[in-house]
Design a protein. Structure first.
Length: 252
């Protein structure tokens, strides 16, 4: 996951914030997941919400040393045994530039191979943003898709994500790759080590937006509340070197 203030390019500040807000909201937040279904890690896995259940998720992310804060809310109703939907809204408070709104947004996640837990699995997650507003200017054509693979082993579950964001309006699209190792350390607790790379596709700036390494911890009680904390370091970051994410989820 690349944080919202790391891009250096000849694009206008408004376009910069829009591209990075899209990168964060369309790729990272929608993909958060792990085997217990908490959706509280950056890298997604192939689990889906059970039919008849709805997941309620709140998250917030803060960046350092340059300051920005992101907050969001997601509802994920389970539709079938391998398909769920997403309804979300997110907002970026940028203390050194225009703020950005992404939402309401809609998405689907479909697992088309495996069970998402004990077997190697594949899924695809899509997202369409009904409205994107950056500094008072509205856009309506941002959407994204992510291919998700999970491979459980005795030592850890290996996750792989490959995503694209189609930004539109002659703004460069984005390509995302994420890899994670997720390991349970107790009955209700998981740890994760993750690596992500976000690149721009097409003209309009440098090819690479950045890389990050992160570590996370998730505590989940089945059929109750789940809590997640992650910290990420961006070795190539100019204005942002660190960001931290807190999340909480439950089902009803």
């Amino acid at each position: 996951m690349t944080s919202p203030l790391t891009m250096i390019s000849p694009l206008t500040l408004r376009s910069q914030v829009r591209v990075l807000a899209c990168a964060f909201f369309l790729i990272c937040a929608p993909a958060w997941a792990f085997g217990l279904g908490s959706n509280l890690l950056y890298t997604g896995d192939a689990t889906t919400v059970a039919p008849g259940k709805t997941q309620f998720l709140l998250f917030t992310d803060s960046t350092y040393p340059a300051r920005a804060r992101i907050g969001g809310i997601n509802l994920r109703p389970g539709l079938t045994g391998n398909l769920d939907a997403k309804i979300g809204y997110s907002y970026l408070w940028n203390f050194s530039g225009p703020n950005a709104q992404l939402g309401p947004n809609l998405g689907l996640k479909w697992r088309f191979a495996g069970d998402g837990r004990k077997k190697p699995s594949l899924a695809v997650s899509t997202l369409y943003v009904i409205n994107t507003d950056v500094g008072g200017r509205s856009h309506k054509n941002d959407w994204a898709a992510t291919l998700i693979a999970s491979y459980p082993t005795r030592a850890a579950e290996v996750l792989f994500n490959y995503g694209r964001v189609w930004v539109g309006d002659d703004v460069p699209d984005l390509r995302y790759v994420g890899v994670a190792l997720v390991r349970p350390v107790s009955k209700h607790t998981l740890t994760a080590l993750e690596y992500a790379s976000l690149e721009r596709i097409g003209p309009g700036g440098p090819a690479a937006l950045g890389k990050q390494v992160s570590a996370g911890l998730v505590y989940a009680q089945p059929k109750s509340w789940s809590y997640g904390f992650q910290i990420a370091y961006l070795p190539e970051g100019v204005r942002v070197k660190w960001h931290t994410t807190l999340g909480v989820a439950t089902y009803f």
